[in-house]
Design a protein around this ligand. Structure first.
Ligand code: PMV
Length: 325
């Protein structure tokens, strides 16, 4: 009986969230927190799905017709998409785990979809990679979550760092992240709906377009400088740009007291940069610090006000098979 473990990274939006909704560029990067999916061939005629992270368990027959727990629907959709691509559906057990907090903007759901697609196709002896991996995992997400932008899936499948614009194919950034720096992700613990924040920001942008157009253009200029900083490995500049980006997001109404508190603590504790990441009104901030005592002080201070604090590397490899038996 075969067994495969595959993993895929989560993501952070480093620059340009919200501004990207109106056609300006954004930068996203993979992080060293991963989703891991174990797929084991089994006897019988079921696909058994289990997520200890979400506390959900369901099973579905090989015809993939019965309803399953809502949180697990995406995996059944992925199997349907694979069936359309000519893959057979065999009885197996799936265990889905994630190191990321869920619904915090870190791309946990996309990472599990990508890891499952890779694990299952590897179990069948013809691993899907590249565009195929992206296409199938995205089809699963579409049915389960509406209209995903595809950024989370792209990062989970390909890893690295991308610059993207709505409606265009993301482009990989040749980033150089020097040794000696770390990124810190601190979670407010507040769950939020991306859609409501996006609507709020768009409403403000449109009411005040004579003013907000400058903010949107400033964000795009900031993305240009950030690309330069990433290519050169200039972490001091990158940090400064993160603070500016947070300011622009505050101006557009995407922040809240919990996020501003964490960003201000990061600043007061010596972070090179900090900003909210993702939609805002909750979720996480990302801060940049030198490794060692600076990062430790920062993590300690942030943890007094955050529900979780994690030190992460960015620009890490995409989906990989970790174990194959
Ligand atoms: O928090 P997330 O990862 O869902 O990011 C939302 C990013 C936005 O720019 C606010 C929305 C979008 O669709 O790009």
């Amino acid at each position: 009986m075969g067994r495969v473990v595959a993993s895929a990274p989560g993501k952070l939006i480093l620059f340009g969230e919200h501004f990207v909704v109106k056609g300006y560029r954004a930068i996203a990067t993979s992080i060293s927190l991963r989703a891991r999916v174990t797929v084991e061939e089994s006897e019988g005629s079921w696909v058994e799905l289990y997520s200890p992270t979400l506390g959900a368990r369901s099973r579905v027959s090989l015809s993939l017709e019965e309803p399953v727990a809502r949180e697990l629907e995406v995996y059944v959709e992925i199997l349907r998409a694979l069936r359309r691509e000519g893959y057979s559906i065999v009885p197996h057990r799936v265990t889905v785990e994630s190191e990321m907090p869920v619904a915090a903007g870190l791309g946990s759901s996309a990472a599990t979809s990508v890891a499952y697609t890779l694990a299952y196709t590897t179990l069948l002896g013809s691993p899907l990679q590249g565009d195929g991996l992206l296409r199938v995992s995205l089809e699963g997400e579409k049915v389960a979550h509406g209209r995903p932008s595809g950024v989370d899936n792209t990062i989970a499948a390909m890893g690295g760092t991308i610059v993207y614009r709505r409606g265009e194919k993301p482009v990989q950034v040749e980033a150089r992240i020097p040794e000696g720096y770390t990124f810190i992700v601190a979670d407010t613990g507040m769950k939020r709906s991306t859609r409501s924040v996006v609507e709020h920001v768009l409403g403000l942008a449109e009411t005040l377009w004579d003013v907000s157009e400058h903010i949107y253009k400033a964000s795009d200029a900031l993305v240009e400088r950030a690309l330069e900083a990433l290519r050169r490995g200039d972490m001091e500049l990158l940090g400064k740009l993160m603070y500016v980006n947070h300011g622009l997001l505050v101006a557009m109404g995407a922040s809240n007291l919990a996020l501003d508190t964490l960003v201000n603590i990061a600043k007061a504790s010596g972070a090179l940069g900090a900003k909210l990441t993702g939609a805002g009104w909750g979720g996480c901030i990302v801060a940049l610090a030198r490794k060692g005592s600076e990062a430790e002080t920062l993590a300690r201070e942030l943890s007094k006000h955050a529900s979780s604090v994690r030190l992460v590397d960015i620009h890490v490899p995409g989906a990989t098979v970790e174990e194959l038996r």
